[in-house]
Design a protein around this ligand. Structure first.
Ligand code: K1U
Ligand code: ZN
Length: 167
């Protein structure tokens, strides 16, 4: 059960800030270690349309479309994934108001991707075993390189994560 209070509004504002700083077009609670049904998104070109989906669910799906996806939890990996092309969603906003919305294009893809995060699924789970193994090795290499960077003096290490939080 979600309580719609000032703390939830702060969480939503915080998640939007983290998403914009990443930069990303969506963020699910699980990605910032908040295990509640909270999603934020902004798929507009000029980052002027912040959207909040609390207790979101998909009511209808139509068609299918393959598009390139990325994920802030799987850095530097972009792969094509097949998803519904149009979805009708029901959710609550940060004040608890129920709304229904039809989404297409990147917004439809992003909402499906974020709802998957809330149920513990990543976009790489749709890929072949071979591709997942390749990605696992790539992430492991990135992790080793980051660890080596941290061992270097601060003056020679790369910048910290802009959002300052683990995603
Ligand atoms: O949930 C996440 O990990 C965020 C993810 C959402 C997403 C992107 C593309 C297709 C489906 C879902 C991202 O935002 S990854 C970063 C990204 O794709 C992007 C960043 C800045 C501008 C445009 C895209
Ligand atoms: Zn993701």
């Amino acid at each position: 059960m979600q309580v719609f209070d000032a703390a939830l509004e702060r969480l939503v504002a915080d998640m939007l800030e983290t998403m914009y700083a990443a930069p990303g077009v969506g963020l699910a609670g699980t990605q910032v270690d908040v295990h509640r049904q909270v999603i934020v998104m902004d798929t507009s070109a000029d980052k002027s349309d912040p959207q909040v989906y609390i207790n979101g669910q998909i009511l209808e799906r139509e068609g299918s479309e393959v598009s390139e996806e990325g994920c802030l939890s799987v850095p530097n990996v972009f792969e094509p994934v097949k998803r519904a092309a149009r979805v009708r969603a029901r959710a609550q906003d940060a004040k608890g108001q129920v709304f229904e919305r039809e989404l297409t294009g990147l917004a439809a893809v992003c909402l499906q991707h974020e709802l998957d995060h809330l149920s513990g699924k990543l976009f790489v789970d749709y890929l072949s075993l071979l591709k997942r193994e390749f990605i696992r090795r790539k992430l492991e290499k990135q992790r080793r390189e980051r660890a080596a960077g941290r061992e270097r003096p601060a003056s020679k290490a790369g910048p910290a994560h802009p959002a300052g939080r683990v995603i």
